[in-house]
Design a protein around this ligand. Structure first.
Ligand code: GUN
Ligand code: FE
Length: 404
């Protein structure tokens, strides 16, 4: 058993985070045994009194294959995909490239304290397989999917409908653990045929599998979807083809009508909100209040490579900064990179907050020299994360700290 004496911020809801000053978190193997005030503790302990402990962070939407093209600017979604993303994703057809990329990517996730992520890989079975294998070797926990594209993709990335389905299904049969498992990944409606979407939706519903895709990110994209599929809205395309449901995660979801919000709400789908990406590509402002008022679950994604960093605390700040009029408070910022995300994944009994019997996934942050630690610290962590060093990272009780 190990005993860490520290100061803990623990997310409770979108409006509440507990501050546990001078507590001892005891963990035994993979699990948290107890969290108690130091004054009630007897025995030996490790001293992290000058640190702040948070649960491990969660990234709900990230493209592994785009890690190396962060910051290569092109101010609009469709040209950015064509000029920067597609050529880069082709490089992952080379296994040695895909392996090295996966290693660098996972190392960077850990460096920023992300202990669970939901990942798109390049549209090659082998690249997805390598992403899983390297994750297993490194002790990374994630949902991972091979991006599917059976139309409107350049030669070299374009899959046949059969290839996309067959390999996705086979990978989902092999990788079926909730902590390292498959997520069906039709890229977005413009690059997926009706047949591919329908078959994916049907299979995923039958097997209770997760699905991820992109929805209503950009106005040109939306017009294109309506033109291709002749539906009244982008959301209607996914609704008609069986893509929506309680295990579906939709990236972006910025430009939505009332009817579309109702479709999403009634389906139980969740949204991965990617504020950094949305302003980088000038896609638009996320209708946070509309979506919250509807009760549609959402949490934050880095959306690397349109997002510029894997640092989820930075994305929490962007969640605030990218609302032009409504303030977003620190407990909400924390919730949407921890417990809120875990709930969307159905993993809230294991990860997302720190409680007895949950997994010992936590990080220790060191404040800048001379800063006082107290209930006010969460605000400073959320708004100036660059100044807090992520000193230790634990996953299931294992020390996964990246030595730089
Ligand atoms: N829409 C379809 N593919 C992508 C992608 O790779 N990134 C983003 N941000 N949007 C997309
Ligand atoms: Fe994305």
């Amino acid at each position: 058993m190990q005993h860490f004496r520290s100061n803990i911020f623990n997310p409770v809801s979108a409006t509440k985070a507990d501050f546990l000053a001078d507590h001892v978190l005891s963990f035994d193997g993979e699990k948290i045994h107890s969290i108690i005030p130091f004054r009630d503790f007897t025995g030996a302990w490790e001293d992290y009194r000058q640190y702040i402990m948070l649960p491990g962070l969660i990234d709900l939407h990230v493209h592994l294959s785009q890690y190396r093209i962060r910051g290569l600017y092109e101010p609009d979604l469709l040209p950015w995909l064509k000029r920067n993303v597609f050529p880069e994703e082709m490089r992952s057809s080379e296994p040695s490239f895909a392996r090295r990329l996966s290693q660098d990517f996972y190392r960077a996730l850990l460096k920023f304290g992300t202990t669970f992520s939901v990942i798109y890989t390049a549209p090659y079975r082998q690249a997805a397989e390598i992403a899983f294998e390297v994750a297993r070797e490194m002790g990374i926990r994630a949902k991972i999917g091979m991006t599917m594209m059976d139309m409107n993709a350049p030669e070299g990335l374009l899959q046949s409908t059969d290839y996309a389905l067959k390999h996705s299904i086979e990978l989902s049969e092999i990788w079926d653990n909730p902590f390292l498992g498959y997520i069906f990944t039709p890229r977005f409606a413009p690059s997926c045929s009706e047949a591919l979407m329908r078959e994916t939706g049907k299979y995923a519903a039958k097997h209770h599998s997760f699905i991820q895709t992109h929805l209503s990110e950009n106005l040109d994209e939306i017009a294109w979807v309506k033109e291709i599929f002749g539906r009244s809205s982008y959301t209607k395309v996914y609704a008609d083809f069986g893509i929506l449901g309680p295990r579906t995660i939709l990236g972006h979801a910025i430009h939505l009508s009332e009817t579309e919000l109702d479709l999403l709400k009634n389906s139980g789908s969740a949204i991965a909100h990617c504020p950094d990406s949305n302003f980088y590509l000038k896609s638009g402002e996320y209708p946070l209040n509309l979506i919250s008022d509807k009760g549609i679950p959402f949490a934050l994604g880095s959306d690397v490579g349109a997002g510029t960093t894997l640092n989820m605390l930075y994305h929490a700040k962007q969640m605030n900064f990218r609302q032009s009029t409504s303030p977003v408070l620190p407990p909400q910022m924390l919730y949407h990179i921890t417990l809120g995300s875990a709930k969307i994944l159905g993993l809230q009994d294991r990860i997302g907050s720190l409680n007895a019997d949950k997994d010992a996934d936590f990080i220790l942050l060191k404040p800048p020299q001379g800063f006082d630690i107290g209930g006010h610290s969460l605000s400073q962590i959320c708004f100036m994360s660059e100044d807090f060093e992520i000193s230790r990272v634990f996953v299931q009780g294992q020390d996964m700290t990246v030595k730089s």
